[in-house]
Design a protein around this ligand. Structure first.
Ligand code: IPT
Length: 989
């Protein structure tokens, strides 16, 4: 945990990291790269990552890889990465899967930055410290709803078709891979320096599958990555179970035994879960035969879905809508089906979605990438966590689940209820997954296979839900003959065996435990009926679940008593297991258990409470004392054998958020003024472009990317002399959805034009373009004087390149601009344009932080900008001026120490007002608000960027199109979550 204080940035010149000549790489230096943890290089591998057709094998040990997706680049605050990683591990994941977005790390060709919020090495080290394996996916193409699908802006202006074997493109790719692999290679599990298990090549590459190009491209990537010292298994995520890029399909050597087939799936909530593994129909492309030699591997499986501008995906409900439709039942129904189908490498995309801050978001999506995921954008665990945890803990404590053999389908007597029957290959257990595909709850009688014959047991399965049942399951030294409650975990703590089984609140569950001797049973908590059948040697238990039902079972001839905990989902949300060197620990009560350390006779727990909570600890033998977040907690031994706190742990302290007042206001867009000096701007005089957007006949090229302006707003100016006999000026432009253009003639607004938004049916058409046609005011150009036409374009982002057709190179900015000649007059004048966009990349905040507004170039967004001469104002504010106006204020926060508060900025106004805001917190561009489009009103302000104990500066850059009154309306800080606990915070400076 101290490493973040030791970490520092270091610049390595070209070649030092094995880069192509001239490249500059800045990397963080951290544990895995120092001499105690040497990098790879010639010595024998410390560990192995292998696999067979059933699962991944770590050092020969079978493991189900249960992974969640998290994008560090969507949380620009490294100390909070640890928060997310701890929440992953506590929630039952053993692996985190990350994309690495090339554009985030590369402001210019040959320059790669892995420092600060881009410190990939630090993130990988943290994952290792937190006991998580890592799947890395550095592209080069990632998609991921980010600008250009992760390609750097500068790559949009280069030759060579991307995602092919074009040598120019591959030259750039190799430079990126060299840089990123230098960070990853020493942190592989095999090198002993880290926990990187698997590495993805490319992303959902469905083009050029059959024409040779794709195979050559994939083979090149394979060889390059291997040459860079990546020795763990590689894989590709097929866009569906198409059988694309299976082992042997592209690389001719070296790949055997070290390459996996994986695929992605994003079913919608009312789909019937697909059978694609053990229960699939097979065939050349599908089912279990897509890659018979490798384990079932879902590289991405929907844990939610992204929403689009205007809230199109979830009927304006935003991510609450995603979470409501892809809910806990969705997770059980699909993920348990995946398990039943032999999927043993399973990654949930997203588990924490985060924020597409700055100019990261692809055109379709807005700033929040919450995704409706199990952990929300404000870092809160949601109601989607319990199913994840229940399954994750089960996989961790019943290792046989990493290899299940198909037995067949059971008959449920109900065509809507599917029953998968599997057998634990290593043990005696039968695992059953029962799934209700109907939109109504169903009560069915399930035939459960036991060693003593079929047991018919009644089970209620809610609409579109599923559960896992088991028979002949070993619990410590005992055998559970059958259970209709889903096993969640088993462990031995102290002198007793503990087993936890779960179901929905109010479910009646039935269990039968093999007992050759009549046991002594006490129901310690809750209501349960038990009966002993001496002739069958069975203890039968039924209970209707409410909270945590506890039974203590002893005297049945086994060395240890058994504590049986029957938890409903809510109770399971408060149960946490953690492995320590002294043995497993189980905790009940708090909102989160982050870490456990056993020292002498004390167990030191760290974690969070979100309300006053009980605390109960089942600890290894000999533990007498409990500390919670460093403070001793008086405990007593409970009848359940736990150390139970005598008093509740406190919840978070309450505190007030300041009102945002003291606003100051300044207008800008000096670029629209005729007298503005644009002599330093680039002349837009290029004749050719690598963009697939046609250059208008006769040119010139006006595309912003061709002049090095890749992110945010772009200005164009042309100076010409009159007279011009024209009634309109025609400005053709491209921006991606929700883009905008404004024009001024001699400083007078001509108007604004907004990119027409495609209907839901048109969303597949990505290359939005439009022509703004503004009337020239009568007589404005009749004289012989000098005139200036100024145009501001707000491009939204580059298209993604899902189809591998260079869509990311589609033009942004003006395409053509001319006065339409009046009828009967001569040709309109040829215009020479100058162009200006974003300045040099911010070395701290990266290349995607700012665009080309005057205020951004002049640092108006930065905390130390002197705004004393700005005009004091209050919000809400209304005005109809066309152009750019900034608002700034400062506020102090005094969040109590020890409280992890997650804050947001909420903007609201009359939805008829047409304006948009880029919001900057302490200089960081944390999002774009479009008042009359939405649906996002609340923007997460991550701690680290936000100083919760100090002074903060907010700057709003408002673009108003002059057609309606423009805001900002109301702006206020909102509390999105608070916990007593959290991780140590380091400010990002
Ligand atoms: C798949 C991509 O691999 C991933 O990057 C992301 O875009 C995700 O889906 C959607 O959020 S694309 C697939 C759904 C066609």
């Amino acid at each position: 945990m101290e490493f973040s204080r030791r970490r520092f940035g270091l610049l390595i010149g070209g070649g030092a990291a094995g880069l192509a000549t001239g490249a500059t790489v800045a990397v963080g230096v951290s544990r895995a790269m120092d001499k105690e943890h040497p990098a790879q290089g010639g010595r024998p591998a410390a560990h192995t990552v292998g696999f067979d057709r059933h699962s991944v094998l770590l050092d020969g040990r079978r493991i189900a890889v249960w992974s969640g997706e998290f994008h560090p680049f969507r949380l620009p605050s490294p100390s909070l990465w640890r928060d997310i990683l701890q929440k992953f591990r506590a929630s039952g994941y053993n692996t985190v899967c990350i994309y690495v977005s090339w554009n985030y790390h590369s402001p210019a060709p040959g320059t790669y930055d892995f420092t600060g919020v881009r410190d990939l090495g630090a993130m990988l080290d943290m994952a290792a410290e937190e006991g998580l394996h890592v799947i890395v996916r550095p592209g080069p193409y990632i998609n991921a709803e980010v600008d250009a699908g992760g390609y750097p802006g500068w790559l949009t202006a280069t030759a060579g078709t991307a995602r092919t074997d074009d040598p120019t493109y591959l030259g750039h790719v190799d430079q990126w891979l060299t840089a990123v692999n230098a960070v990853i290679a020493p942190r592989q599990y095999t090198s002993g320096g880290g926990t990187v298990l698997l590495y993805q090549l490319e992303n959902e590459y469905a083009a050029h599958v059959h024409d040779g190009t794709g195979a050559r491209y994939m083979a090149h990537l394979y060889a390059k990555v291997r040459a860079d010292g990546i020795e763990v298994p590689l894989f590709h995520n097929d866009k569906g179970r198409n059988g694309y890029w299976t082992p042997g399909s592209f690389a001719t050597d070296g790949e055997s035994g070290r390459y996996l087939y994986a695929f992605d799936g994003y079913p919608s909530p009312d789909d019937t879960p697909p059978d694609w593994g053990l229960f699939g129909r097979g065939g050349a492309k599908g089912g279990s035969t897509a890659s018979p030699g490798t384990p079932g591997f879902l590289a991405e499986f929907g844990g939610g879905w992204f929403d689009c501008w205007g809230g199109a995906e979830f009927d304006g409900q935003g991510y609450a809508g995603a979470r409501a439709t892809r809910d806990a039942a969705y997770e059980r129904r699909f993920y348990l089906t995946n398990l039943a189908n032999g999927i043993t490498v399973h990654n949930v995309y997203m588990t924490f979605g985060g924020t597409s801050w700055g100019w990261l978001p692809a055109p379709a999506v807005y700033t929040s990438y919450d995704y409706g995921a199990a952990i929300d954008e404000a870092r809160n665990l949601t109601s989607k966590i319990p199913p994840m945890k229940q399954l994750g803990y089960l996989l961790a404590t019943v290792p046989g689940l990493a290899r299940l053999d198909r037995v067949g389908r059971g008959d449920t007597g109900d065509p809507d209820v599917v029953l998968y029957h599997l057998a634990d290959h290593a043990g005696s257990a039968h695992i059953l997954v029962a799934r209700n595909d109907a939109a109504t709850d169903r009560e069915v009688t399930l035939p459960l296979p036991t060693a003593t014959g079929t047991r018919n047991v009644p089970v209620r399965i809610p609409a579109r839900d599923a559960r896992l049942l088991a028979t002949e399951l070993t619990l410590g030294s005992r055998l559970l003959r059958w259970t209709t409650a889903q096993p969640m975990l088993q462990q031995k703590s102290g002198r007793q065996d503990i087993a936890v089984l779960v179901s929905r609140p109010k479910d009646t569950v039935e269990l039968a435990l093999a007992c050759s001797r009549r046991p002594t049973v006490s129901v310690l908590d809750g209501a349960a009926q038990t009966s002993y059948d001496a002739s069958a040697g069975l203890l039968r238990i039924t209970a209707t679940l409410s909270g945590l039902t506890r039974l203590h079972i002893s005297g049945d001839g086994h060395p240890s008593p058994l504590l049986l905990l029957l938890a409903d989902d809510d109770a399971s949300a408060a149960l946490w297991r953690h492995d320590t060197a002294s043995g497993p620990v189980l905790v009940h009560g708090p909102a989160l258990l982050r870490d456990v350390e056993v020292r002498g006779t004390a167990v030191r727990l760290t974690g969070d409470t979100t309300a006053p909570s009980g605390l109960e600890v089942w600890a290894p033998r000999g533990i007498e004392a409990v500390l919670w977040n460093g403070r001793p907690v008086p405990v007593a031994m409970s009848p359940s054998g736990s150390l139970t706190a005598r008093h509740q742990l406190p919840g978070p302290a309450s505190f007030a958020l300041p009102k945002l007042t003291g606003w100051r206001r300044a207008e800008e867009n000096p670029e629209s003024e005729p007298g503005y000096d644009d002599s330093a701007w680039a002349v837009a005089d290029r004749r050719t472009s690598h963009s697939p957007t046609p250059v208008p006949a006769g040119g010139p090229v006006l595309f912003a990317d061709d002049y090095g302006f890749h992110y945010g707003d772009v200005w164009y100016r042309t100076t010409f002399t009159g007279p011009v006999d024209s009634a309109t000026v025609e400005l053709a432009y491209r921006t991606g959805t929700q883009g905008l253009l404004m024009a001024w003639l001699d400083g007078t607004p001509l108007g604004a034009h907004r990119m027409p938004v495609p209907t839901k049916e048109q969303t597949g058409v990505r290359r939005w373009s439009a022509t703004a046609s503004f009337p020239v005011p009568a007589g404005a150009l009749h004289g012989t004087g000098r005139h200036v036409l100024a145009v501001l374009v707000r491009p939204m982002a580059h298209d993604e390149d899902g189809g591998a057709n260079d869509a990311h190179k589609t033009a942004r900015g003006l395409v053509s601009a001319a006065f339409a000649p009046a009828s009967g007059s001569g040709p309109a004048p040829a215009l020479t344009w100058r162009i200006q966009g974003a300045g040099p990349a911010d070395p701290l905040r990266g290349p995607l932080n700012t665009g080309g507004l005057h205020g951004e170039r002049a640092g108006w967004h930065l905390p130390h900008h002197d705004d004393r001469h700005w005009q004091p104002t209050t919000l809400p504010h209304t005005g109809t001026r066309q152009g750019v106006t900034w608002y700034r204020t400062d506020f102090r926060l005094a969040v109590p120490h020890g409280t992890d508060a997650s804050l947001g900025l909420t903007l609201t106004d009359d939805p008829a007002h047409a304006y948009r805001i880029q919001l900057f917190l302490n200089g960081w561009n944390l999002g774009q608000y479009i008042n009359d489009v939405g649906p996002q009103h609340t923007f997460v302000l991550p701690n680290g960027i936000l100083d919760p104990h100090g002074h903060n500066t907010l700057a709003l850059a408002v673009l108003s199109d002059g057609t309606t009154p423009a805001g900002p309306g109301n702006a206020e800080l909102t509390l999105l979550g608070a916990a007593a606990g959290g991780v140590p915070l380091t400010l990002v400076t």
